[in-house]
Design a protein around this ligand. Sequence first.
Ligand code: AHR
Length: 489
Amino acid sequence: MQTYVRVKPEKLGKINDMIYGHFTEHLGRCIYDGIFNEKSSKSDSRGFRIDIIEAVKKIKCPILRWPGGNFASAYHWQDGIGPVEKRPQLLNYIWGGVESNRFGTDEFIQYCRELGAEPYLAVSLGTGTLDEAIAWLEYCNLDTPTRYAKMRRENGHSEPYRVKYWGIGNEVYGPWQVGHCSAAEYAEKLRQYTQFMKGVDRSIKVIAVGADNPDWDMTVLKHAGHLIDYISIHEYHGSDDYFGTVASVYYCEQRLKLLESLIKHLRLDHVKISFDEWNIWYKISAEREGSEKGTVLIEEPYALKDGLFAAGIFVVMHRMNDTVQMANLAQMVNALGMIKTKGDEIVLTPIYHAFDLFVNHTGRTRLAMDIDTQRYDIKARTFVEGRNSFQLKDVPYIDGSATYDERRSVLSVALINYYQKEADIRLDLSGLEVKKKADRYVLTGSAPDEMNDFDNPDRIHLVSDELATGTGEMNLRLAPMSASVIEFT
Ligand code: AHR
């Protein structure tokens, strides 16, 4: 059956660049032996892996979250500043191994500056205190003659960092989290932290912990919604089943819409959603394999199906552009990483290429689009603890988004073909200004589990071709299991 896709000239608002953000945590080899490796010949004098910086710059990281994750809940920022040789070696009792503290706040800020990313810091609600959070904010953002601002200057950083994004806690709804508490307890802590942190620096934006649980989210929003700027949601899915993995995109969409409906119900239109951890994560049994006993690595071997999942998430975030205004892939390197390292080599996974496709080939103005496609029902397994299966109806085989890039005057049509066979599309652009040239960029492969590895790092990459354009309507054939963007210029 042919799928009918119609793009309309109606503009449906801006897509925030920050949906293409990333996350780095002191987990396994994400920071050490990942983005930061003082021994690698690929690193600069600061220990930053230049090959990773170049790869990430290509996909223009707009915002970077740090230091966790679960790690943030037991992190004391003052352990990671000042002369490196004086910093304490500590147990990373969250993920195992030794935390050298050689990568701390100043290194993180420099790293963000190098990438051109906004830093996003998560304060500890576990073993941390309000005093510590305020001191961290002072260290980063103030130019006062007071202790922590002075400390930053003495550490060689005369200008305040002006960190805008501050997360208050991480996943404190879960018993795995240091600082686990009830929704009411969290809501009151959030209110206090936000009130006093914004009292110190009015320019900051605060991200609250959302739980993907309406009771928790309602309690938090009702109590502190008037003070906060974002509420977060975390989603990890995937399995070795192809449709189970790609359909989980639509499970995520349902959960994002549920959160959006709570925000709207409470008339808190200023509160936006930060989808600040999302990814595929299911190979739980393989995670405790660090060289040091008990170190957690979580190095998922991402394949084509995971790249299509990422592309699907981008389409969902385009559709929800009014509310979903920030997102951070969990994570950037090695641990759940879209980039893998082994010695001095790196591998870019299909998830990385999905970022390349959407960041570099779609616009930031959303256009209206209708898609008439076949759909399916599914009961799928998903391997992350706590949620073993989901059931969905009417999952589309073809999905997409239409955008306009005002700067380049480019109309982009993104189309994902989740079928495991070719799909024929009738693309209707009538009513839009006729464009002369159509360049297509495609992420695809020959099997759902096909992946890039150190022996063959380029098996999956974006391929491009030029299409013949028609006036108004055109026929397209999409490769099986593919995400394509057609740029009309
Ligand atoms: O990204 C890995 C972990 O997943 C994060 O530390 C935590 O927030 C989530 O449970």
